[in-house]
Design a protein around this ligand. Structure first.
Ligand code: SD4
Length: 357
């Protein structure tokens, strides 16, 4: 069965990904009108013009479909926050995507529990963790932001709040995900996932099993036509996790951080590693201090390596970042992480450079 949760040995990752090298992403030009990363155009990285907006980027191959949802809002002059919510609702509603929303792989007890958060560039934010029975976790997160004095609701309280807000109660465990869980129960062996499979990687290298079911958390960050930033992050979390486990995705500063002045960042992969370093907050604060989004993402990944040199070899984490001017950064521990970019002139998926070759 094809799914992203396969546990992959590093030994399977030896084929070169021609486009990805951490050395290729130098600080791009920032002069108005110039392309940045113009020098990287031939390396397959996005050539977004300085100041080009609107722009939306998101994690993994399936981010492309999600970006389209966001683009409908952005291209009509809509707000970044509305755009990212609309965008990530697409994979949330897709029963074939086994890592987000409907059809997400369950915890070890067979319960689908969702984590999500949303944030604008002025510090307005909301999140839900371990939400059950409600497919659009991102919209519940937004209601937490707008209709409560709180930032994060968890577990039964989050579900109760969602139902009170009028969200329909649904069974999120599809037959496909239930079957996968029952198969997993035969061994009940839990181990964090490498998450390096994806269609783009497979197409380029031919050495990996890939397919339409290889998905991951969706993290999306956007700049709207007025220059405001917004971000959203939503997931069913690590498959077969302990009941009650919460990852980075619903935690502001871990899975998502947005600041109109400094930029926005989101993450995917093993959330524990991201939480340990307050990953996206780190990325945004590094940008505030003058690092490019690319350099900031690289520093965050290196921090994960520093804190767990051995651990980091067996895990995947990826960061995406965007500066207020629309400069993009993407970097992962392992190769195979992809991200989707949508602007007025670009609609494409790119491979991210990685720390480990
Ligand atoms: C988590 N970062 O729950 C999320 C989900 C993910 O591979 O990306 N899993 O840790």
């Amino acid at each position: 069965m094809l799914n992203r949760r396969k546990f992959l040995a590093l030994s399977t990752l030896t084929a070169p990904l021609a486009l990805a090298s951490r050395h290729l992403m130098a600080r791009p030009l920032t002069e108005k009108g110039k392309m940045w990363p113009g020098s990287l155009k031939t390396q397959g990285q996005p050539s977004v013009k300085f100041g080009e907006k609107p722009i939306v980027i998101s994690t993994w191959d399936f981010g492309q479909a999600a970006n389209e949802g966001a683009w409908k809002v952005l291209s009509q002059g809509g707000h970044a926050l509305d755009a990212v919510e609309a965008g990530v609702k697409i994979p949330e509603a897709d029963p074939n995507n086994q890592s987000v929303g409907m059809g997400g792989l369950p915890d070890r007890d067979g319960k689908v529990t969702l984590d999500a958060c949303i944030m604008d560039g002025m510090g307005n934010c909301g999140g839900v963790a371990a939400l059950e029975h409600v497919v659009h976790a991102i919209s519940v997160a937004r209601k937490v932001m707008e209709n409560t004095p709180h930032v994060l609701l968890v577990g039964q309280g989050a579900t109760q709040f969602a139902l009170e807000q009028g969200f329909p109660k649904e069974n999120l465990l599809t037959p496909k995900s239930e079957a996968a869980w029952k198969e997993w129960l035969k061994t009940s062996h839990y181990q964090p996932v490498m998450n390096v499979e994806n269609q783009l990687y497979h197409k380029q290298t031919g050495d990996m099993p890939g397919g339409p079911n290889n998905h991951d958390t969706i993290g999306m960050i956007a700049i709207d036509a007025s220059g405001k930033l917004g971000g959203a992050c939503t997931t069913s979390g690590m498959a077969y996790k302990l009941r009650g486990r919460v990852g980075d995705s619903p935690i502001i500063g871990a899975g998502l951080f947005v600041d109109d002045e400094a930029g926005a960042a989101t993450s995917t992969g093993v959330g524990e590693e991201v939480i340990r370093i307050c990953g996206t907050h780190l990325v945004v604060e590094l940008m505030r201090q003058g690092r490019s989004p690319q350099a900031a993402c690289e520093e965050a990944v290196k921090r994960i390596v520093q804190k767990g040199p051995e651990r980091s070899k067996t895990l995947q984490v990826g960061f995406l970042a965007i500066s207020p001017q629309g400069e993009i950064g993407a970097y992962a521990l392992q190769k195979g992480f992809t991200y989707a970019v949508r602007t007025g002139s670009i609609n494409q998926v790119y491979p991210a450079p990685s720390y480990y070759a």
